[in-house]
Ligand binder design. Structure first.
Ligand SMILES: Cc1ncc(COP(=O)(O)O)c(C=O)c1O
Length: 381
């Protein structure tokens, strides 16, 4: 019996060559040759004026909170169905999270509920492009502009995704990418801050460099560098950037493979899913998604748990996420109660992610599909 993990990192290009080059070039700390190459390439590919590689998406979000000057008492509107970093990055600086439910189709922040959550204390809205499928940015920006609220996109899943022909990560004043091991393009742990509003660039460089003007010093703009603001160490080693650049170089090959895998699941699970009332991902026609993950939504929690057990017995590792943030120990401290975000609560109990990684073998995917299609979820509809 095979063992098929949920995720598996892979060497896809010249990762080792470039790591060696970084070492031979005697610059393996931050902002070396490869960091700059990654920043420039991402700026070009996404169409963002300024990209700064960071140590993680979490850290890029923390930088966003610092740049927006988030303070105790500020409110930040965040979907309850997301990873903890989306919220923690803002709570760390004293913000109160205001959890909003998700749409039942795309599982993105429900923009129809946005306006009622705005108060005079609202500082930011943080849409998460779940699975890389764009949130309803037209409406989100309309509400944000009406009330003068900033938008920070959590685009951890959405590198190369588009909403109505425009790249995800270019809608908010700031956006955050992830290059964590589970992402399409990775360096193990890594991220990037995308800066669409030029007024944040100079301070972002300072915050990322421990509160110093070291970036200006390296460009010869000042003759010594010193402590000028708050900050932390948010820049990754050039060894990680070297790994990342190698992956970015073969992005077309990676994306083509993921598209093929995603379509294979989508096509071959269709009739099984219809038969048992299992829901497959919904992608609106005007969204180009980057094939980040493949999930299914089972009719009940019990059926989801039983399916995880069955797949495990077949040597297939499937996983679920996210636990509703408003019902977590921290979420409850902010007043979260059962029933606040019913769609989030429903989906969280039922969603299952299938193995999906760059070197998933075709025969393994066929095996996964075959095992799923021979599984009886419950009464056929
Ligand atoms: C929606 C979302 N935001 C943020 C993160 C945090 O990313 P990182 O691990 O790069 O900090 C993740 C992690 O997977 C995520 O799924």
């Amino acid at each position: 019996m095979p063992y098929i993990p949920f995720n598996r990192p892979a060497i896809v290009g010249r990762e080792f060559d470039y790591i060696r080059q970084a070492i031979d070039g005697m610059h393996i700390s931050g902002d070396g040759l490869f960091t700059k190459k990654c920043n420039t390439l991402l700026e070009k590919l996404i169409g963002v004026p300024k990209v700064l590689l960071t140590t993680s998406c979490t850290h890029a979000l923390e930088m966003a909170a610092l740049l927006l000057d988030v303070r105790p008492g500020d409110e930040v509107i965040i979907p309850s169905f997301t990873f903890v970093s989306t919220v923690n990055a803002f709570v760390l600086f004293g913000a109160r999270p205001v959890f909003i439910d998700i749409r039942p189709d795309t599982l993105n922040l429900d923009e129809r509920q946005l306006e009622k959550h705005i108060t005079p204390r609202t500082k930011a809205i943080v849409p998460v492009h779940y699975a890389g499928v764009g949130c309803e940015m037209d409406r989100i920006l309309e509400v944000a502009n009406k009330y003068g609220v900033s938008v920070v996109e959590d685009n951890a899943h959405g590198l190369f995704g588009e909403y109505k022909g425009k790249s995800l990560g270019t809608f908010g004043c700031l956006a955050a990418q992830s290059f964590h091991e589970t992402k399409n393009i990775t360096c193990g742990e890594g991220g990037a801050l995308l800066i669409n509003d030029a007024k944040y660039v100079e301070r972002a460089e300072i915050i990322r460099e421990k509160g110093t003007n070291r970036s200006r010093f390296f460009r010869g703009q000042v003759d010594k560098y010193t402590w000028v603001d708050v900050g932390s160490s948010y820049l990754p080693s050039d060894i990680l950037a070297a790994f990342l650049y190698a992956q970015l170089e073969v992005r077309e090959q990676i994306q083509a493979k993921r598209k093929q895998m995603w379509e294979y699941y989508n096509e071959h699970l269709q009739s099984w899913a219809e038969g048992y009332g299992v829901r497959l991902p919904v992608v609106p026609a005007y969204c180009e998604h980057p094939y980040h993950m493949f999930y299914i939504v089972l009719p009940t929690l019990e059926q989801r748990q039983a399916m995880i057990g069955y797949l495990n017995k077949c040597g297939i590792n499937s996983v679920f996420h996210y636990l509703p943030l408003h019902l977590s120990a921290m979420g409850r401290r902010f007043g979260g109660r059962k029933g606040d975000c019913p769609v989030t609560e429903y989906v969280s109990d039922r969603l299952l992610r299938l193995p999906f990684y760059n070197n998933l073998k075709e025969t393994d995917q066929e095996y996964i599909v075959e095992k799923i299609c021979s599984y009886l979820v419950g009464e056929r509809k």
